[in-house]
Design a protein around this ligand. Structure first.
Ligand code: SF4
Ligand code: SF4
Length: 317
């Protein structure tokens, strides 16, 4: 059964990564956001990864390195928001259909989005939390780590050997008992003391550096991982373009005036923000992502630096 599921996802749905963990691997999640809070009979969590298109990522380099503002719509459409999330939603939909029809399984496909670890429970800005507006129902980042297809990055993204953090993940719960993968306990792909690129490129200091910066501990599948304490409100300013300096072609004005606005200031800014018509969500989140696209893990150098598609973090304007 497990092999059939993998074959279906790789050959029928174009998955690049598939990992499966038992529902208990996510028992440390907050109450209300564990697999069995969502599907009471859940036994397995299937996690699917699809790499971001290199072409979409390179569009964001054009915007951030060459000032080509038009590139934001390419990155938004093909890289971060519209197509990859639709594709993943369709993949989890068809996987549910396949498991219910073929094995008589109980299933629950889960919504996904550009921000895969943001729960309303721990994030006061639900507008930043995925296509459902109210936030994700389960932490897909943690599920990707529990199922062994990613490791945690200092930048709070799930990081993969081949693609670094440039992967869109989706997730499905089922009552089927399957063969399980273990978390990847091999050498850490991310060494923030030696690297620190994500902290260095963040324009609003939303990711503190490893040395002297605040951190959080993620508890997943009996392991503990230290990651940067992501200042979500600060990140929202740059990622949603809440000030003109971060926004692209369409300026929305300076809706906040500091790099670390309060929850109330974010709420007010969002209430004044024009709704997007080119994204799965109401609000485009495509104006930054430096910490994801410049992370050197994976085939970054071969794909972007050696080919001249990126000048690297030093080329940011
Ligand atoms: S940019 Fe460097 S420090 Fe940041 S997540 Fe990637 S490897 Fe880790
Ligand atoms: S998306 Fe941009 S603002 Fe947000 S943490 Fe990453 S680099 Fe910082």
């Amino acid at each position: 059964m497990t092999q059939n599921i993998r074959r279906f996802l790789f050959s029928e749905r174009g998955a690049d990564l598939v990992g499966i963990c038992p529902a208990e691997a996510l028992d440390c999640e907050p109450e209300g956001y564990r697999p069995r809070d969502i599907l009471t009979c859940a036994k397995s969590v299937i996690v699917i990864g699809r790499r971001l298109l290199n072409g979409a990522v390179q569009a964001q380099f054009r915007r951030l390195e060459d000032g080509r503002a038009f590139a934001e719509s390419i990155y938004s459409t093909y890289g971060l928001e519209l197509v990859p999330n639709w594709a993943m939603l369709m993949t989890t939909f068809y996987l549910s259909d396949y498991l219910e029809n073929t094995f008589g399984a109980a299933t629950q496909p889960l919504g996904c989005g550009p921000v895969m670890g943001t729960l309303p429970k721990n994030t006061p800005t639900p507008m930043f939390a995925g296509p459902n507006k109210d936030g994700l129902v389960m932490n897909i980042t943690h599920a990707a780590i529990a199922s062994g297809i990613a490791q945690p990055g200092w930048n709070n993204f799930p990081i993969t050997k081949r693609f670094g953090p440039r992967v869109q993940f989706g997730c499905l719960l089922t009552d089927l008992e399957l063969e399980y993968d273990e978390p990847d306990d091999g050498p850490r792909l991310c060494d923030p003391e030696k690297c620190g690129v994500c902290s260095g490129v963040c324009p609003v200091n939303a990711l503190p550096p490893r040395t002297g910066g605040a951190s959080d501990v993620w508890r997943i599948a009996g392991r503990e991982y230290e990651v940067a304490r992501h200042r979500v409100n600060a990140c929202t300013v740059a990622a949603l373009g809440l000030r003109n300096e971060f926004a692209g072609i369409r300026k929305r004005g300076d809706l906040v005036h500091s790099d670390d606005p309060s929850d109330d200031e974010i709420e007010k800014a969002i209430s004044e923000y024009a709704i997007s018509n080119c994204s799965l969500d109401h609000y485009p989140k495509c104006f930054c992502n430096r910490c994801q696209i410049y992370c050197p893990v994976g085939e970054w150098k071969e794909t972007f630096e050696d080919t001249g598609l990126s000048k690297g973090p030093g080329g940011l304007i």
